[in-house]
Design a protein around this ligand. Sequence first.
Ligand code: DC
Length: 229
Amino acid sequence: MSVERITIAIDGYSSCGKSTVAKALAKKLGYIYIDSGAMYRAVTFYCMQHKIISDGKFSESEVLKAINNIHLSFHVNPLTHVSEIHLNGVNVEKDIRGMDVSEHVSPISTIKGVREKIVGLQKEFGKNKGIVMDGRDIGTNVFPDAELKIFMTADPVVRAQRRWEELKEKGMDASLDDVKKNIELRDYEDTHRAHNPLRKAEDAVVLDNTLLNLDQQLAFAEKLVDSIK
Ligand code: DC
């Protein structure tokens, strides 16, 4: 039995609990955790802050110009032991989670030049393996050779309810109906975009967590890891 460190790619629809499973799995294995969606969110947040996105509209060339001024890094929070995203040296982990960023992030993530820059960084983060990364194109595009690929899904109504409760817990204001619409729209945009759309890699294992709690999901993932190592 080898104890080599592996690469774990977790892809799936919005709000199906990818990051919760990915974080717990990374912690258990002593691996790095990278939330790839946070990187697209941080770029979107920057564009909103700098009025490059205004009234929901933006020009691709302005976003591409801005991307040269964006430096993204992850730093482990000493209290939670989870990596958090920094935008030009500032922790923006909280700022990027609101509905305003959620509403604009999918169109920004469709821009080819944005994806190229972010995917390049992601590959760099994973070059020494021992990483769990979650997102939409990790198993298909970022780490096509990952030893373990998991494709997560859950009933859209259950996803909307979970997301709404999460926002409520964080004190963020949103109606369940708006959250549901946003999830449906992002599902559509994420699966229909031209560059690296969300799809299940042929060699990914499906994890439908509609009826599963975190312990059950983690047990499922750990069993898969054990079957590889
Ligand atoms: O995982 P999330 O909901 O925080 O991701 C936000 C958006 O970023 C999502 O709607 C699509 C985009 N995204 C992407 O295009 N590719 C990834 N690997 C991760 C996220």
